[in-house]
Structures are given as C-alpha cells and as structure tokens.
Design a protein around this ligand. Structure first.
Ligand SMILES: O=C(O)CCC(=O)C(=O)O
Ligand SMILES: [Fe+2]
Length: 281
C-alpha cells in the first residue's frame, strides 16, 4: 500500500509500497500532489527497464534529450547516463563526469527558453558511502529575502547560457557551445502552485539585464547567499532502485560528489519540460 512520508517541513516526500509500472489514478494523483507540495519526490524500491522509466517519467511532462550529447545513452537519447565513462583514456578521473552537478547549487535547464520542469533520476549503482544529492527550496529562498531585496529584483530579468560566466561547457560538443542567452524573471511564480520562488542559477546566469556589470555581479553574489535556507534542505541518501524527481521551478540541488571514485555511482536521468501549451513564461 502506498505510504508517503513528508520528510522535512518544506522539502522532500518519500513514497514506498508502490510499483510505478502499475499505478492507479488515485496513487498517481497522490504522488504528483506530494511532489508539488514538497518539491522533491522519492519513490523507493523500483526495478525498472529503460522503457519503463521513460514511460513513468512521461507522466510528468515531455522528455527532452539533454544538450550534453556525449553523455546520452547510446541507444536512447532521452536518457542521460550519470557516472558512466568516468575515467579518461590515460586513467585519470574525468572530473566533469565524476563531479557532475557538484560544483554548486543550481537548477537544471535555465539555459533553455523553456527551462526544465523537472529532472528525474533512477539509481542504478550506488556507492557504499557518499554520493548524496542535496536539495533546497526556492520558495524558502524567496521568503528569506529582505523586503528591500525582494523589491530590487521585482521585474528584473536574468540572462542565462549553459556555461554561465565561467564558460564551463566541457560536456557540450563544440558545435553546441555558442548558443545565445535566454531570459527568465528572477522572481518567478510557479505555474501550478501559484507560490513565488527565487529563480536563478549562479553557475548559468550571465547578468541581470539593465544593470552595469559590477552591480549585476554584486546582486548575483547577494542573491546566492539566500539560496539555501537550512530548514529547507533535504539530503537524499541513495539506495539502488530509488527514483527521485525534483521540481526545477522551485528547488535548487547539488550533487555531493564525494564518493569513492573507484566505486560505481550510476543513474539514468531524464530532463522533463512542461508541454508547450502549458507554459506561462
Ligand atoms: O548526481 C546527482 O546527484 C545530481 C546531479 C545533477 O545536478 C543533475 O543530475 O542535474
Ligand atoms: Fe543538476
């Protein structure tokens, strides 16, 4: 029987006692609502083939192949493989693969005009220690801003590219590295919950539109201090067979990136967007 435990007051719901291949409508509605309420939904104990993971993922929206072509599954481009091909030809650790998602708190897909609604991971191989995924709430970040800062960002637009100010594009093919920026408001109302969130990503933002460069950088640094509110954090400790989905419209995340490199840590990942007709930005 489906049991959902809400993990912290703000982020993380853990569901057990359900097989996502055989969900009735009532269970699905409960899972989806828990996800909207808690930003991150964990479903434990699954045993899935690739096509079953894709089928379940499509219930959340449209799956888009990730722009990092070299890390796509060779036969199924909608699936990104995390933690595969971790070693370079000379035997050194490829940090772009090993520490993917670990360089800072972020939200996925801000470099797209329609950013990712959700990212969903399925745990295929889990190391004996380390390798957690950390989450925090963008609603809590917005609520924690002083009133003056809320007013300063109201109506302000951020410009984003994949590599951000550091131009970190190692996982992109050369022909995909020079895309023009896209634009998103810094304070964003979630299209399904109606709650306001601080939407920005220090690793992908280029500038805040309409500000001189030094002021833009100073504002980005100031906002970054509020991204992670301690009471809104959830640290997920992976078990094989876990599915974890996070809402990129209202949560930040980061890989801990601290597992023994000689051990496998492998996930299947899908990037999910809102169907075009539902977008509000
Ligand atoms: O591997 C992880 O724990 C998360 C990595 C990440 O940032 C992502 O998949 O978007
Ligand atoms: Fe990420």
């Amino acid at each position: 029987m489906l049991e959902i435990q809400r993990n912290t007051p703000q982020v993380g719901a853990i569901a057990e006692g359900v097989d996502v291949r055989k969900l009735d409508e009532e269970c699905w509605n409960k899972l989806y609502q828990a996800w909207l309420d808690c930003n991150v939904l964990v479903v434990r104990g699954q045993n899935l083939q690739l096509h079953e993971f894709l089928q379940y993922s499509r219930r959340f929206g449209t799956i888009n192949p990730h722009p990092s072509k070299s890390t796509r599954h060779p036969d199924v481009p909608e699936i990104t493989l995390l933690g595969v091909n971790k070693y370079n030809a000379d035997g050194t650790l490829n940090m772009d693969i090993y520490a993917r998602g670990a360089s800072g708190w972020h939200t996925d897909g801000a470099y797209d005009q329609i950013p990712f609604k959700a990212t969903q991971l399925y745990g295929v191989a889990i190391p004996s220690r380390g390798g957690d995924t950390l989450f925090a709430s963008m609603y809590a970040a917005y609520n924690a801003l002083p009133e003056s800062l809320k007013q300063r960002i109201e109506g302000k637009i951020g410009a984003y590219v994949y590599g951000g100010r550091r131009k970190h594009t190692a996982l992109l093919n050369p022909e995909d590295r020079a895309k023009p920026p896209v634009f998103h408001p810094l304070a964003r109302v979630h299209p399904e919950t109606g709650r306001k969130a601080l939407y920005f990503d220090p690793g992908k933002i280029l500038r805040v539109e309409g500000l001189p460069e030094d002021e833009s950088n100073a504002l980005i640094d100031e906002l970054a201090k509020y991204m992670v509110q301690p009471e809104s954090e959830y640290h997920h400790k992976w078990k094989k067979g876990d599915i974890v989905i996070w809402d990129n419209r209202c949560s930040y995340h980061k890989a801990a990136g601290d597992y023994p490199p000689e051990e496998d840590r492998i996930h299947w990942r899908v990037s999910i967007k809102e169907p075009q007709t539902q977008t509000t930005h």
